[in-house]
Design a protein around this ligand. Structure first.
Ligand code: FES
Ligand SMILES: [Fe+2]
Length: 347
């Protein structure tokens, strides 16, 4: 049977594997993302490491019974020890360490951003050529602690990126009006993509009930795995930062993790009222973020991929986005099988 999505590879880029709060020192986590088994662990000095999960010796999964010993992880099967870079450091029952690179485990480059551990994936195992930038709100302003929620979608990560550019679906699927998109024309071509959206929501949970709300959203895509935005409302003194971590679990499913921070200085109330209002906005906004994906779900989970969609005026700069996305994939990443999928779909 032909696959529902025809891309032959996950896009190169940074992906969230776990929240940092789930990996305190000395802890080991089994993680399954990007169609592979990984193990994440944190050494006693606090170094975070993400390795391929299976031991090069006889194949045990380090995330199931492996333990942190100092700066290494010890395999549960015969106690070989590997450091954060995946190098075998000790084999307890031999004086003659095998002299082969094959004892090393693939270690993934890691970064921490907004409370998430990110790993770099490249289809050819090449080293990262870029990093997800630091976030300005970490050092400037008075932003609330990040809060998270997550869901899983049966979709390809490629389709998720198109969602933000596909302005013609905003009204029928999400109910917003006067939708427009503007690309940042001065930006150089690279792993980041900057654009902004203007929309008007019909007062469905943002602002006063029943009153339309104008929303301006400045977006930044960092590859296809990490999106963040800056939201301001036309008639309310509110400023939000939203974060989207899209991680392919396998070829057909993406884990969506959303995060939110609120500019507390915009809420001119004394404590404890300010705290309560921040919590209320947080709860409501996370609900809206998830609701938006739920509105997309019946479309995404049942659509086919169009390699050459018929686009018309008002569709948004989807062609521009597709050209930008190509940099993260190998050449000819639409597999032969896809020809079947798209040809079938055209009939
Ligand atoms: S399988 Fe890991 S030490 Fe033997
Ligand atoms: Fe959508």
């Amino acid at each position: 049977m032909a696959r529902h999505y025809p891309m032959s590879s996950f896009p190169n880029g940074w992906y969230a594997v776990s929240a940092v709060s789930e990996l305190e020192r000395g802890k080991v986590l089994a993680v399954r993302v990007l169609g592979r088994d990984l193990v994440a662990f944190r050494t006693e000095s606090g170094v975070i490491s993400v390795l391929d999960a299976h031991c090069p010796h006889q194949g045990a999964h380090l995330g199931h019974g492996g333990i942190v010993k100092g700066e290494t992880i010890e395999c549960p099967f015969h106690k070989w020890c590997f450091d954060a870079a995946g190098k075998c450091h000790a084999i307890p029952y031999t004086k003659c360490m095998p002299k082969t690179k094959k004892t090393e485990i693939r270690a993934y480059p890691t970064l921490v951003r907004q409370g998430m551990i990110l790993v770099y994936y490249a289809h050819d195992n090449s080293a990262p050529t870029w990093e997800v930038p630091q976030f300005e709100e970490d050092t400037k302003g008075n932003w609330s602690e990040i809060s998270f929620a997550e869901m899983t979608m049966k979709a390809h990560i490629y389709e998720l990126a198109e969602n933000g550019f596909d302005v013609a679906h905003f009204q029928p699927v999400h109910g917003s009006e006067e939708n427009s998109i503007e690309l940042d024309k001065k930006q150089p071509f690279g792993p980041e993509l900057l654009f902004s959206l203007n929309l008007v929501y019909p007062g469905n949970g943002i602002g006063r009930f029943g009153k339309k709300v104008g929303v301006h959203v400045s977006w930044r895509f960092s590859g296809l795995g990490i999106f963040d935005n800056h939201v301001t409302l036309r008639d309310y003194p509110m400023e939000l930062r939203q974060y989207f971590f899209f991680t392919p679990l396998d070829e057909e499913r993406v884990r969506i993790q959303v995060g939110l921070r609120i500019n507390e200085d915009k809420i001119k109330l004394p404590q404890p009222f300010r705290y309560l209002v921040v919590k209320m906005i947080e709860k409501q906004n996370i609900k809206i973020m998830l609701q938006n994906f739920e509105q997309d779900r019946p479309i995404w989970e049942n659509k086919v991929f169009r390699e050459h969609p018929i686009l018309c005026e008002g569709d948004g700069p989807i062609g521009h986005l597709r050209t930008w996305m190509k940099q993260f994939f190998p050449q000819n990443f639409i597999s032969k099988q896809s020809q079947e999928v798209t040809t079938e779909a055209r009939i």
